[in-house]
Write a protein that binds this ligand. Structure first.
Ligand SMILES: *[C@@H]1O[C@H](CO)[C@@H](O)[C@H](O)[C@H]1NC(C)=O
Ligand SMILES: *[C@@H]1O[C@H](CO)[C@@H](O)[C@H](O)[C@H]1NC(C)=O
Ligand SMILES: *[C@@H]1O[C@H](CO)[C@@H](O)[C@H](O)[C@H]1NC(C)=O
Ligand SMILES: *[C@@H]1O[C@H](CO)[C@@H](O)[C@H](O)[C@H]1NC(C)=O
Ligand SMILES: *[C@@H]1O[C@H](CO)[C@@H](O)[C@H](O)[C@H]1NC(C)=O
Ligand SMILES: *[C@@H]1O[C@H](CO)[C@@H](O)[C@H](O)[C@H]1NC(C)=O
Length: 810
């Protein structure tokens, strides 16, 4: 037995040695790469070799992911010149050109000859960049040539999309013709070098979709591009270079952006290890309004309106007839032509994707006022705005001629000032002196009167405003203020023995007031992310919320820079200490768990709908559900809650808060949150309560997480196997089945498919029929599969395993 094992191991060892030694990591002038050989990147992520796409027999030289079983080609050398047989050969010649030749020694693809390079060496980097560098040159980051300068249809992390102005090199993407043919199709994408450079996608030579100019934070037409924990992005624009680039925060995530000819779109895919498949993450164009100039010149597109096209204020359809027939392509003209001799004004529009910058002008050091003056000076200037919207805005961008391809966003749009004739009603010039004098006196009187009124009004409003900003500690928050001494006494001076745990922002202590009442004291650690604003936000929100499934806030304490919240004390602690614990878990039989599920659902429903403020919790999880004496659930921790209609500008939306494992994919990736992201978290919570297992950290022989596992059991018709073994005696089958079903509905990939909390409550009560769930969201797949490589049944010889693993919360 043991000898057998030993021999087995030995064979494997030999086998892996052999295989590794057969891998090629670089090519020099004396070597070549033949059709049956491949060049592997050092970390083993990518592979360069010959392949035949789709059903074609033609051979191409390309780069693909080495560890993804579905052959996914990210770069092709001889896109337009296939080799007809297996005689292809890649070499480096004496002037450091890469040469790809066929059996007749005719060159099908080559790179430009170079002077540099005594000892050129070709290597594939782990980023998928194929680079030619001089082996004599100690600096390994200097390349004679690199494939990243000549992208195919795929933009990978670390690739630049745009221009090197010093050499005139333009890096753009172009789609494959079809699955069988990598030669350039009709779709291309890149950066248009206007005065104000913009991202554009073309179909043939026609503009097809415009990402728009970079406004300091994002492309104007890409409101979904936000700070997110998966990738960071940057736009560089200076004398030397103009490009967009993105980098992964965690290199273990596999994602790519491609131009897809079949769907005429630019798509982002993410590799999901558990499913062994690529998942479509995002796609543009998204809707009609993304079609270039859908509403014609001076029209504005708003997808939530009907019809979607409108003329800008002060404009009318060029042809009313075709406009009314829903043909908007002719666009709009001014109600009355601009008279350059007259005075002009500007109307401010908000929430826009700014117009095409083909006829634009930019000065990065001007301010908005100078910008306006500049625009007024030239009669064909029709609009202006800040070229950079970071902070309070800076720089100046002007638009000349028609304003094309404007759309309205509900979120993350920009401001634009559009030129209009000054409001009418100018007094005709008076003829008689007497009239002038009388008029002047009258005017002076009126002005005095008006300024008196304005002053009074202003003083009054300043007073009101002043009240608002003078936020002293004694601010009236409609709830009791405790003083620090009381709290300190109640908690034995914040003794370690009284510590209940560590919350998201700092430690939580148990306290006992003079009258014997128990309280929970949440102190906010000074280095917690939560500033005074967030603290006040939390206090004000929670103070207004009264529901039996929400933890009650008794008061707060703001003193000496301390920020402390005082809550009702719940003796049973949080749900996670029951559900994930084998012995305490027994205390929660099915009827208790069902009661908890329904209670949590009602609590969230209240937050979403019934409370005066509509609130998204954003960090719903088992440890944020507390249990009272009767094991009734109460939701806690609204520190991160954000109301609709509140101050959504500034930092709130830029910061993604929440806990991986519970976060909906659209939230984790793009920071897009909605009531539906709470619904997603609720779905996860449901699965955890039902199974007694954590979504995060759950491992299964087949390298699946809890959602993947639940989904598989569901599709295989044995959902009940998910259930916590502790529930076997108390389970009520139809209720359990319904809960699993609802959970899967809540974690669906697309937010639109997920039910609202009110329908989830109806479903739980059995008052509603349940649709079939679609495929669940997958970000949660980015959770470590500890059993990953060792237990999977992959070829033991392959040198490297590649798996999407965890994204750790900071
Ligand atoms: C190397 O190949 C390039 C491209 O075909 C060619 O222009 C150049 O002359 C070749 N150099 C030598 C020394 O043959
Ligand atoms: C080589 O050249 C011959 C004659 O020009 C042609 O028939 C044959 O197809 C070529 N072979 C390859 C591999 O290109
Ligand atoms: C293009 O999109 C379709 C539909 O989403 C997809 O099936 C296909 O795989 C995509 N093509 C590529 C090259 O990814
Ligand atoms: C941009 O504006 C600044 C400040 O008004 C001015 O000094 C500078 O000359 C302008 N640059 C160009 C290119 O117009
Ligand atoms: C106004 O701007 C346009 C576009 O930049 C330019 O062609 C034109 O000469 C300018 N006119 C004046 C009077 O400056
Ligand atoms: C990135 O993924 C690796 C696993 O490949 C994991 O060990 C690591 O903690 C992750 N790092 C971050 C910052 O999330």
């Amino acid at each position: 037995m043991n000898t057998n094992k030993f021999i087995f191991c030995l064979v494997h060892l030999l086998c892996s040695l052999l295989k590794i030694s057969a891998l090629t990591y670089s090519i020099t002038t004396s070597q070549s790469l033949n059709d049956d050989e491949t060049l592997v990147s050092e970390g083993g992520s990518f592979e360069l070799g010959f392949f035949s796409p789709g059903s074609s027999k033609d051979r191409y030289l390309g780069i693909w992911y080495k560890n993804i079983p579905i052959r996914t080609v990210v770069w092709v050398a001889n896109r337009q010149n296939p080799i007809k047989d297996l005689s292809g050969k890649l070499m480096i010649n004496r002037t450091s050109s890469l040469l790809l030749s066929d059996g007749n020694n005719s060159v099908v693809w080559s790179t430009k000859p170079l002077n540099g390079g005594q000892d050129p060496i070709l290597q594939l980097l782990d980023s998928a960049n194929l680079v030619l560098r001089d082996n004599k040159d100690g600096n390994v980051d200097v390349y004679l040539w690199q494939s990243f300068d000549y992208p195919s249809d795929t933009l990978l992390p670390g690739m630049k999309l745009g221009w090197d102005l010093r050499t005139g090199l333009k890096r753009g993407l172009s789609s494959w013709k079809n699955f069988d043919d990598p030669s350039p199709g009709t779709l291309s994408s890149g950066i248009e070098l206007d005065e104000y450079p913009q991202a554009v996608m073309w179909k043939g030579s026609r503009k097809f979709f415009r990402g728009g100019p970079w406004n300091g934070l994002r492309f104007s037409g890409a409101p979904e591009l936000r700070l997110n924990p998966v990738f960071e992005f940057e736009f560089v624009s200076n004398q030397d270079e103009v490009y967009y680039i993105y980098q992964l925060m965690n290199k273990s995530v596999i994602t790519r952006l491609i131009l897809n000819e079949t769907t005429s779109s630019r798509q982002r895919y993410v590799w999901v290890e558990a499913d062994q498949s690529w998942k479509l993450y995002a796609s543009v164009p998204r809707d009609y309004c993304d079609d270039y100039a859908f509403c014609g010149a001076n029209g504005i597109c708003s997808i939530s309106d009907s019809p979607v096209c409108k003329c800008l204020e002060g404009f009318k359809p060029k042809s009313a007839q075709s406009w009314n027939a829903m043909d908007w392509s002719q666009g709009c003209i001014r109600n009355e032509p601009l008279d350059c001799q007259r005075k002009h004004d500007f109307i401010k529009f908000s929430g826009l994707k700014v117009p095409d910058t083909e006829h634009s002008w930019v000065n990065k050091s001007m301010n908005l006022k100078e910008c306006r003056e500049m625009c007024l000076k030239n009669c064909s200037c029709n609009a202006y705005t800040n070229s950079d919207i970071r902070g309070r805005g800076s720089g100046c961008a002007l638009w000349f001629g028609n304003l094309v391809d404007i759309r309205q966003f509900s979120d993350n749009g920009q401001e634009l000032y559009i030129r209009m004739p000054a409001s009418k009603g100018d007094r005709p010039p008076p003829v008689k002196v007497v009239v002038i004098i009388v008029a002047s006196i009258a005017a002076v009187c009126v002005m005095l009167l008006v300024s008196y009124c304005v002053c009074r009004r202003k003083m009054k409003s300043e007073g009101e405003f002043g009240d608002n900003i003078s936020e002293g500690p004694k601010e009236d928050l409609d709830l009791p203020l405790f003083n620090l001494a009381t709290i300190s006494h109640a908690t034995d001076n914040f003794s370690v023995k009284k510590k209940l745990g560590e919350g998201g922002f700092g430690p939580v202590y148990k306290g006992t007031l003079e009258d014997g009442q128990n309280i929970a004291v949440k102190t906010l650690s000074k280095n917690s992310g939560q500033g005074l604003n967030e603290f006040k936000n939390e206090v004000k929100l929670i103070a207004k919320l009264q529901h039996r499934n929400l933890v009650k806030l008794l008061g707060c304490c703001i003193e000496d820079g301390e920020k402390i919240l005082i809550y009702e004390y719940l003796p049973n602690g949080s749900l996670d200490s029951f559900v994930f614990d084998r012995s305490r878990g027994k205390l929660l039989d099915w009827s208790k768990r069902f009661n908890i599920i329904c209670g949590v659902a009602r609590g969230i429903l209240y937050l979403h709908q019934d409370s005066r403020l509509r609130i998204i919790h954003r960090d719903l999880k088992a440890s944020n559900v507390l249990l009272d004496k009767e094991l009734n659930p109460k939701i806690s921790d609204f520190g991160m809650a954000t109301t609709f209609g509140g101050d959504e500008s500034g930092e709130t939306t830029k910061r993604v808060v929440g806990t991986y494992g519970y976060m909906a994919p659209e939230y984790a990736f793009y920071g897009l949150f909605s009531v539906k992201s709470d619904v997603f978290s609720f779905g996860i919570l449901l699965l955890e309560i039902l199974s007694g297992k954590k979504n995060r950290g759950f491992t299964h022989p087949q390298n699946q997480n809890l959602i993947g596992y639940a989904w598989r059991l569901w599709t295989e018709g044995r959902p009940l196997e998910l259930i916590d073994s502790l529930l076997e005696d108390s389970a009520i089958q139809p209720e359990i089945l319904r809960c699993i079903h609802i959970a899967l509905l809540c974690v669906q990939q697309s937010p639109e498919d997920r039910p609202t909390m009110s329908s989830a409550v109806l479903m739980l009560n059995g008052e509603s029929t349940l649709p079939q769930p679609k495929h669940p969201g997958f970000l949660i797949d980015l959770i470590p599969g500890e059993t990953g490589p060792s237990s999977s049944n992959k070829d033991p010889c392959s040198a490297n395993y590649f798996s999407i693993t965890s994204l750790e919360p900071r």
